[in-house]
Design a protein around this ligand. Structure first.
Ligand code: NAD
Length: 320
């Protein structure tokens, strides 16, 4: 099997390659050539850790495998980040393990690529203002990926912990974009595209904040109970997601489904917009992409990285 260590990923995977891999796997999912397996996510009762697996099979790309890992909130004492994961790929012809790939940076790149795919396909025409809600580890990748697919002129930002806003200011400066920290009512009214990437368990962006036409990439909610958007805002928007089953169980749409504000058949797949089977944005409405993070995203970027690592001679071969 091939091993691609975490420390090699930054030199191999680009946001461009991640974008292509994610757009393509979303299209395969919509064509029913690829499917995700049910997610396992458990509080293991040790070190407050959440541990689990996300897996799937892409019959078009012949990618089979899983990402194992989770969230260890006390990792600072070990000098490593709290999100830890590894992707394992298997040979779909034989079932033999084919690769183990460091999954930490890949997770950030594939998550940012997913919201960028949604922005490319669903942002209002002429979108020029990006609104960022969230200033954690993922926010940097999100802003950079968004700026790759749309020509923004300025960035507005808000975070529940204002002391973290410097991270957004620094990232905008790196991109050559003016940045302003604002309250959520201004962010909602002025931003054409909004990315929400927090670990909130209560709505932050309210219906009255958003004046539209607006595209919202809701990326933070990936677990039961988490929530970033007012259900009334979700109920009046056109809804898209990576995978419907995940969006209604662990994603942002779990709340409007549980509250009976939205029927499941009102939710479209972003992959169907990519393939042209769903028209996507039709006018001046609010669109929402609920990015829940599916296993096939992890497999797609990991498979691309293994090929790049082999070409560059940095993949290690081990017998198992
Ligand atoms: P982080 O710990 O670096 O940052 C956390 C962010 O959430 C900060 O903006 C912080 O101010 C905010 N926050 C923390 N506690 C909060 C609370 N109780 N209420 C409201 N906001 C709070 O985390 P990160 O790595 O940037 O990840 C952000 C979120 O994105 C997490 O919820 C994570 O699970 C999620 N995520 C989703 C995907 C996906 O595929 N959809 C992938 C990776 C991470």
């Amino acid at each position: 099997m091939w091993v691609v260590p975490e420390k090699e990923i930054a030199g191999l995977m680009t946001p461009e390659a991640a974008f292509d891999a994610i757009e393509s796997v979303f299209a395969s999912m919509a064509r029913r050539k690829a499917y995700n397996f049910p997610v396992v996510r458990e509080a293991i009762g040790y070190e407050d850790a959440l541990y689990g697996f996300k897996g799937g099979f892409d019959a078009a790309a012949l990618t089979l495998g899983l990402k194992a890992g989770g969230y260890w909130p006390n990792n600072q004492k070990h000098g490593i980040i709290n999100h830890q994961s590894t992707v394992f790929l298997f040979d779909p012809d034989t079932g033999r393990v084919a690769a183990a790939v460091g999954g930490n940076l890949l997770t950030a790149l594939r998550t940012a690529a997913a919201s960028a795919v949604s922005i490319k396909h669903l942002a209002p025409k002429g979108a020029s203002v990006l609104g960022m809600i969230g200033a954690g580890h993922q926010s940097v990748f999100q802003m950079k990926a968004a700026a790759r697919v749309n020509k923004f002129e300025r960035v507005l930002g808000w975070n529940p912990h204002p002391e973290m806003l410097g991270r957004l200011a620094d990232t905008a400066a790196e991109l050559g974009l003016p940045f302003e920290a604002v309250e959520l009512d201004r962010l909602g009214a002025e931003a054409d595209v909004i990315i929400a990437i927090t670990s909130s368990f209560a709505p932050l962006l309210m219906d009255g904040h958003v004046k539209g036409p607006t595209h919202i990439a809701a990326m933070g909610t990936d677990t039961k109970g988490k929530q970033e958007l007012d259900p009334a805002l979700v109920a009046r928007a056109r809804l898209f997601t990576d995978e419907i089953a995940q969006s209604v169980s662990i994603g942002e749409y779990q709340h409007v489904i549980a509250g009976n504000l939205v029927q499941q058949d009102a939710i479209g797949e972003l992959g169907a917009v990519v393939t042209g089977d769903n028209p996507g944005r039709e006018g001046d409405e609010v669109t929402i992409f609920d990015g829940t993070g599916v296993g096939l995203q992890d497999l797609a970027v990991a498979a691309a990285v293994v090929e790049l690592a082999k070409q560059k001679g940095v993949a290690q071969r081990v017998e198992i």
